[in-house]
Design a protein around this ligand. Structure first.
Ligand code: PMP
Length: 420
């Protein structure tokens, strides 16, 4: 690999967050669980919601609820304007060149399935290859296996190193004249590795390969610029970026979206319908059949505004500091092995404790009010690669503190004492 493949981290000194004040924006963070102050370290699974998001959804249902697009009445017009305005906000958030490139989905999973079943199914032929990596979430593996079975294409995967980085030499070997699609995660939910996506995408595009980036974990933690990344598709989920569940985004370059067939039929995605046949609306409507998740889209808009107000550079800088602190403290504990030690990481600390099943680690921490995740994190191939059935995973957001890391460490000491 080349030295330029990994970006230099942003210096953090000048970017300070008032974390204690920001925590007040999240009502749930002051909850007690099992008689203890909640320490929420499961942000990779889903993030907590600021009052701005909760209020936006409540306001919509209390005063503005109506279906969009076909109504002629006041509320429907307002709901339509509010819904469509979020498309522009999302476009700005990821620097898409137009709101027409933003398709609302149910989440990252649905976005990837959409690309597999629309773009993939209509273009892949027997002998074609889809290139993924060994650190993908199941949602960036299974949809490709399904479309491969439908078309005769093959799925290949770039292996990962012991540190949890992509083997870039292997990537170069696996990217061949048969490769049609590259689908790669930007930030691994199981390992925390940040992949050199810009470099990978550039390499793929030189060969005319269409690229999809799974941004489920990167969107909440790293500034995202889809034009700078150069990717054709980028998918992320609202609920991981402090917005509601049930809503997500698929960015697609207009040129591609315009050529793609719909993958679901129904209301709102058509231009004309007769009993003999139908014609399709332009994107993004072509890919949004039926009544969409209107309140959730409005909540997502509020979430992105909130994140922008906090400041994405400052979020990145604080989380980098927090992860370094947690890595040092947890890594120093006897009998704890970190899984995923890539040079470029964000937000995720996966580990195993000698002789203790991760579920037991999770249960002891839960008793202390500390919420982490234990399991395969929907990344079974990663567990297979590292020879473990599961890991314990602490994952951070900008509202987490050093004190919370200290509570985690105290809990892990207790795990060691209980199971020694
Ligand atoms: N990709 C990654 C890297 C993820 O972490 C997740 C969620 N854990 C997904 C995809 C799927 O996201 P969702 O369940 O919101 O569709």
């Amino acid at each position: 690999m080349t030295a330029t493949a990994f970006p230099t981290p942003t210096p953090s000194a000048t970017l300070a967050l008032d974390v204690e004040r920001l925590r007040e924006d999240f009502p749930i963070l002051s909850e007690r669980v099992r008689g203890k102050q909640l320490v929420y370290l499961d942000n990779a699974a889903t993030s907590q919601k600021p009052r701005a998001v909760i209020d936006a959804v409540t306001r919509f249902y209390s005063a503005e609820n109506a279906n969009i697009h076909r109504g002629v009445h006041y509320l429907s017009e307002r709901a339509t304007i509010a819904y469509d305005a979020v498309r522009g906000r999302v476009a700005r958030f990821i620097n898409a060149s137009s709101p027409a490139e933003i398709v609302f989905t149910r989440g990252t999973t649905e976005g990837i399935n959409l690309v597999a079943q629309s773009y993939g199914r209509s273009t892949l032929r027997a002998g074609d290859e889809i290139l993924i990596t060994g650190m993908e979430h199941h949602s960036n593996i299974v949809p490709w296996q399904m479309v491969a079975a439908q078309t005769g294409a093959t799925v290949r995967a770039v292996p990962i190193t012991d540190a949890g980085e992509l083997d870039l030499d292997a990537f170069d070997r696996l990217l061949t004249e048969r490769t049609r699609i590259l689908a790669v995660v930007q930030l691994s939910n199981a390992l925390g590795s940040i992949n050199p996506v810009r470099w990978l995408v550039a390499r793929a595009r030189e060969r005319g390969v269409v690229t999809l980036v799974d941004g489920a974990q990167s969107a909440p933690h790293l500034p995202v610029d889809v034009q700078a990344l150069g990717c054709d598709f980028f998918a992320f989920s609202g609920h991981k970026v402090f917005g509601p569940t049930g809503v997500g985004v698929l960015y697609g370059r207009s040129e591609l979206l315009e050529r793609m067939p719909p993958w679901q039929g129904g209301g709102d995605m058509i231009e004309t319908v007769t009993l003999e046949g139908s014609t399709w609306a332009l994107p993004p409507a072509r890919f949004e059949a039926g009544t969409p998740m209107i309140a959730e889209v409005i909540g997502l808009g509020a979430a992105l505004s909130y994140v922008e107000t906090v400041g994405r550079e400052a979020i990145g800088a604080w989380e980098e500091e927090l992860l370094a602190y947690a890595t040092e403290r947890v890594g120093a504990l006897n009998g704890v092995r970190l899984i995923g030690t890539a040079r470029e990481k964000a937000s995720v600390l996966s580990f195993v404790v000698d002789g203790v099943h991760p579920h037991d680690v999770g249960a002891v921490l839960d008793d202390e009010g500390v919420a982490i995740r234990a399991g395969h994190h929907c990344a079974q191939p990663v567990m297979q690669r590292f020879g473990v059935p599961a890991t314990a995973r602490a994952s951070f957001a900008f509202y987490n503190t050093r004190d919370e890391v200290d509570t985690l460490v105290r809990g892990l000491r207790r795990v060691r004492t209980l199971f020694a």
